[in-house]
Design a protein around this ligand. Structure first.
Ligand SMILES: NC(=O)c1ccc[n+]([C@@H]2O[C@H](COP(=O)([O-])OP(=O)(O)OC[C@H]3O[C@@H](n4cnc5c(N)ncnc54)[C@H](O)[C@@H]3O)[C@@H](O)[C@H]2O)c1
Length: 255
């Protein structure tokens, strides 16, 4: 855990930060001195994480809204004011509930209505937040946009085709925006995660089987993701843009 206040004076918005990876990112940015706007669809989760940060001496405020709802995101940008760092973390690997099954589904068994929730959060949610918060970064000649994608979007994952498409779309979108805004001091990157679990999950024999595909024999933790987001949003990453960084225990390699 770092004691460095590398993010002092910066303001960050983390979407979907009410639990899991987003919470870990919000706590890490706050620990590094950033003021954090804690977004979540669930207001009580956003409030709990904002309280956790302020109780630890940090600076945070909850901002509940749905990233799939453009007018809500636009309104949130007006209410929250400018941010220096936008972390698009809200996402859903989800299940195809419409099929009435509690499992992921082969693409050939799905229909367009099944795809919409994945594209809505993982692609449109990212586009909405970038559209709403980017202009102030351009005006202020400094910004960091980091989007959490998945190795499903880099290397493909069976039964998760729509999710994979949305995450790959978010990465392609990020590369295009990176080319537009570099001249304004704004960098745009993605972090591609492998499976992130709470500590101890590898002790569960049902999950341990899946570790065979990981070079490092543990699942990822929110801190692993947060460390990369902290680097990309910090002072040492000013010449890094348009990239996708895998943080995946060696599940897949990037060349
Ligand atoms: N957990 C993993 O193994 C894993 C692997 C690869 C990528 N990811 C990605 O990491 C990110 C976080 O995953 P997680 O496992 O922490 O998820 P999670 O489901 O534990 O938490 C996601 C949070 O986002 C919020 N959220 C969902 N939809 C939202 C919306 N429309 N607007 C605002 N908030 C919304 C939820 O309420 C929840 O609090 C996601 O983008 C996910 O796709 C996760």
């Amino acid at each position: 855990m770092t004691e460095e206040r590398t993010h002092a004076g910066r303001r960050a918005l983390v979407t979907g930060a009410g639990q899991g990876i987003g919470r870990g990112i919000a706590l890490e940015l706050a620990r590094r001195g950033a003021g954090v706007v804690v977004n979540d669809l669930a207001p009580e989760r956003a409030a709990a994480v904002a309280d956790e940060i302020t109780a630890a001496g940090g600076d945070a405020a909850p901002a509940p809204f749905d990233v799939t709802d453009w007018s809500a995101v636009e309104q949130a940008a007006k209410t929250a004011g400018p941010v220096d760092i936008l972390v698009n973390n809200a996402g859903n690997a989800g299940r195809v509930a419409a099929l009435g099954r509690e499992d992921f589904a082969p693409f050939a068994e799905t229909s367009p209505a099944d795809w919409a929730p994945f594209l809505g959060v993982n692609l449109y949610g990212v586009m909405h937040a970038v559209r709403a918060f980017l202009p102030a970064m351009i005006d202020r000649s400094w910004g960091r946009v980091i989007t959490v994608i998945s190795d499903a979007g880099r290397v493909g994952e069976p039964t998760m085709a729509a999710y994979s498409a949305a995450k790959a779309g978010a990465a392609g979108f990020s590369r295009a925006v990176a080319r537009e805004v570099g001249r304004h001091g704004v960098t745009v990157n993605c972090v591609s995660l492998g499976t992130i679990m709470p500590e101890g999950a590898e002790d569960d024999p049902r999950l341990a089987r899946n570790l065979g595909r990981y070079v490092i024999k543990r699942f990822g933790r929110p801190d692993d993701a947060a460390a990369m987001v902290a680097f990309l949003s910090g002072p040492d990453a000013g010449w890094v843009t348009g990239q996708t960084y895998p943080v995946n225990g060696g599940y897949s390699f990037s060349s």
